[in-house]
Design a protein around this ligand. Structure first.
Ligand SMILES: [Zn+2]
Length: 119
């Protein structure tokens, strides 16, 4: 994969996620308005609506996190370091960049980080 192809992948993803984020924000705004406006008569229903709101919020957060990662990746790309692992300076594999174009670590370092995070 070359830098240009990767950049167009990232840009596309970025556009798609930005669109997703604004529609989720709208949903969240209208849902929470509806939620607070309603009289507290149906406890069970309210609980499930609260859960639904939680889900929207967490989805929104993960979209924002991914967007931040994509921005970082585009910065690295512009600096000419699109497939260099931040940890070991090794090359990030093509397969990994296809699945996760914003990856900043190679598979080995990512795995190490996750293992350290778990212990
Ligand atoms: Zn590495």
């Amino acid at each position: 994969m070359n830098a240009e192809k990767l950049k167009s992948n990232l840009t596309l993803l970025r556009e798609r996620l930005t669109g997703q984020r604004s529609s989720q924000k709208e949903t969240l705004a209208s849902e929470s308005g509806r939620f607070t406006a309603r009289a507290p008569s149906h406890m069970a229903e309210q609980a499930s609506e609260a859960q639904e709101l939680d889900m929207i919020v967490s989805r929104l957060n993960s979209v924002s996190e991914t967007l931040a990662l994509i921005d970082d990746a585009i910065d690295r790309l512009d600096a000419g370091q699109f497939n260099v692992c931040e940890e070991c300076k090794g090359e990030i594999g093509e397969r990994r960049l296809t699945v996760q174009p914003w990856a900043s670590l190679c598979v080995k370092c990512q795995r190490k980080l996750e293992e350290e995070g778990l212990s």
